[in-house]
Design a protein around this ligand. Structure first.
Ligand SMILES: Cc1cc2nc3c(=O)[nH]c(=O)nc-3n(C[C@H](O)[C@H](O)[C@H](O)COP(=O)(O)OP(=O)(O)OC[C@H]3O[C@@H](n4cnc5c(N)ncnc54)[C@H](O)[C@@H]3O)c2cc1C
Length: 558
């Protein structure tokens, strides 16, 4: 019997195994899953949250020794998208060296090193094909087939499904839905290329004295689509770059399934990218059609959990995949710890599920909507500025302070991150951006020291969260007023937006007056005012967000 059984043998499974081994040294951890030599994995780009998690596992030196540093994300907003001969881009880079290190990892190298570390730490590794799973609270059973064809059964108290897009447990329990707005993605790796070609553009940008502009994740925007270029180190130590395009199927003119499609269609918008591709040799192409799905539930008090791609797909625009996976691993660890303490877990597990769903859906749905304006550089950069402000002032400070997995903190997280309310707020701001767009105001710095909240990340103190939230509200009020000014006389009668600016000012004042310097999860007033109200929880339960029946067939399963 292994106390914790993990299905799958990819990055999510092995990060979880490393974390559980370190957090619960008295529990046996088994990873059960195939490790095929070639898999369709991407690059890929880490962010601060995923990097910190990996460093906490003791793998920081591996990142430094084997992978490229990543100096943030760089966005290229093309001014005349329809004109291939025009190479003028507004380029937005990180404003300075980011406060935490991050990396561009070669997943083949990283996953291999991670497995070796897990083996040395005593994780049981069964490179089997999973044949069947039976959910029995306290003694889940996994039937698997070893490479030599022999069958074996593993019994475990907690079961984590990290089987990626195969979604072994989720499919069995009918836990997935397919959003109506679907995306395709096509990508490949390139070697022996000329990296200098990426800078052959007419760039409008702040002078960069902090870092080499090549060591970033490069993002180009097109009609209903965006392209990534992620510099990585090949397993033979040669420079390599992961290049791909993801597009919303209802907005992008045609499918891209092959290199020829890519060169033709991307070449019409971004010849700088296709020049780069033509300068090198392409290694292996990959395509996922209609790749988006979401779980209706990820965690159960019966001791099973869906993790990583086995739960939800992520649109990779902000490199959130492994960051969200690392947050999930901490959440699952917290649920296991609570159960081991003998506390009732149903309510806590439902809160954890809601917290993840709020964070994931808010980010994913906001990105899905962004595709509508990706061809319009000004609107696209404004919408991204707003999303980045929300991420770095709200979601990241709360999650880095443990509010996504602390029993009291998670209620505040769910109160502040209520996705219907935040989506409505972002929707109002997007409408204001749309209204101001014809006046063609100047460009803002999408990633500024303020929008990336460097002030908070200098210390990462829970007690600075109220100040960080108040600063966001004040900034949004000022931004709304400056956009309203662009509307001319129409701005004077835009009462809805004026009301929103006043609400932001009132929120900033209240946060300062009531919570300045407080630990929100320990403050009785904060728990009363900011935590998800019981009414909202009851409404969520009615909608089926909480306490969902485990075996309800989903539209996809049926
Ligand atoms: C286009 C794209 C770009 C991305 N870019 C980034 C990025 O830049 N940064 C980032 O952080 N994230 C990114 N992501 C997300 C990230 O790549 C994924 O979240 C991550 O790879 C998922 O890992 P996983 O372990 O959940 O799944 P997988 O890597 O798919 O692992 C699943 C494992 O389960 C095993 N398995 C499945 N079924 C069975 C079975 N029946 N029996 C035995 N074994 C089985 C498989 O062999 C495999 O080992 C991107 C995703 C996409 C699609």
């Amino acid at each position: 019997m292994a106390e914790i059984g993990i299905l799958g043998n990819g990055v999510a499974a092995n990060l979880a195994a490393a974390y559980f081994r370190k957090t619960f040294p008295d529990l046996g951890v088994a990873v059960i899953g195939r490790n095929p030599p070639r898999r369709p994995i991407v690059g890929e780009s880490l962010v601060e949250v995923s990097t910190l998690f990996i460093r906490e596992l003791g793998l920081g030196p591996l990142l430094i020794e084997r992978h490229h540093p990543k100096y943030g994300l760089t966005y290229y907003y093309k001014q005349k998208l329809e004109d291939p001969s025009d190479r003028r881009y507004v380029v937005d880079e990180a404003p300075a060296l980011p406060p935490f290190p991050s990396f561009e990892v070669n997943r083949f190298t990283f996953d291999r090193d991670l497995r070796a570390c897990n083996a040395a730490a005593g994780v049981t590794q069964l490179e089997d094909r999973i044949v069947d799973v039976e959910i029995v609270k306290g003694a889940h059973r996994v039937l698997s087939e070893a490479v030599d064809g022999s069958k074996r059964e593993t019994v475990c108290r907690w079961l984590v499904d990290a089987t990626g897009r195969s979604r072994v447990l989720g499919r069995r329990l009918g836990l997935h839905i397919r959003p109506a707005l679907q995306k395709d993605v096509f990508w490949f790796w390139l070697v022996d290329f000329d990296p200098a070609l990426l800078s052959r553009i007419d760039a409008v940008k702040k002078e960069n004295r902090s870092f080499d502009s090549y060591y970033c994740t490069h993002h180009f925007f097109g009609r209903g689509s965006w392209i990534w270029c992620i510099p990585i180190v090949a397993e033979d130590r040669r420079p390599m770059i992961s290049i791909g395009i993801t597009y919303r199927k209802d907005l992008h003119p045609r499918e891209i399934r092959s290199l020829a499609d890519f060169l033709e269609q991307v070449g019409a918008e971004h010849p700088v990218v296709t020049d780069l591709v033509r300068s090198g040799s392409v290694r292996e192409t990959n395509f996922y059609g209609s790749y988006m799905y979401e779980a209706t539930r990820r965690y159960s008090p019966d001791g099973w959990f869906l993790l990583g791609d086995a739960a939800d797909t992520v649109d990779p625009l902000y490199s959130l995949g492994l960051a969200l996976t690392s947050l999930q691993v901490r959440q699952i660890g917290a649920a296991i710890a609570e159960e081991r303490r003998g506390a009732p877990t149903a309510d806590f597990v439902a809160d954890l599920d809601t917290a993840f769903e709020n964070a994931h859906h808010l980010a994913t749905h906001e990105i899905t909507d962004l595709y509508r304006v990706m061809h319009d550089p000004w609107r696209c950069h404004m919408r991204m500025h707003l999303a980045i402000l929300a991420m770095f002032h709200l979601a990241v400070p709360l999650s880095m302070s443990g509010y996504m997995w602390d029993p009291a903190g998670v209620k505040i997280f769910n109160g502040l991150m209520r996705r219907e309310a935040l989506a409505a707020e972002l929707g109002r701001l997007a409408a204001l951006v749309d209204a101001a767009a014809p006046a063609r105001p100047g460009y803002l710095k999408v990633q500024s020291v303020f929008s990336l909240n460097h002030r908070f990340f200098e210390h990462v103190r829970e007690t600075d969260i109220p100040r960080s939230l108040a600063a966001l509200c004040l900034y949004l009020a000022a931004l709304r007023l400056s956009l309203l000014r662009r509307l001319g006389p129409r701005g004077l009668v835009a009462f809805r937006h004026q009301g929103a600016a006043l609400r932001d000012l009132a929120r900033a004042a209240a946060l300062r007056a009531l919570f300045q310097g407080a630990r929100l999860k320990e403050s009785r007033i904060a728990r009363r005012v900011l935590a998800e109200p019981p009414k909202a929880r009851r409404a969520a339960a009615r909608r089926g967000v909480l306490d969902r029946p485990a075996f309800r067939p989903s539209p996809e399963a049926s």
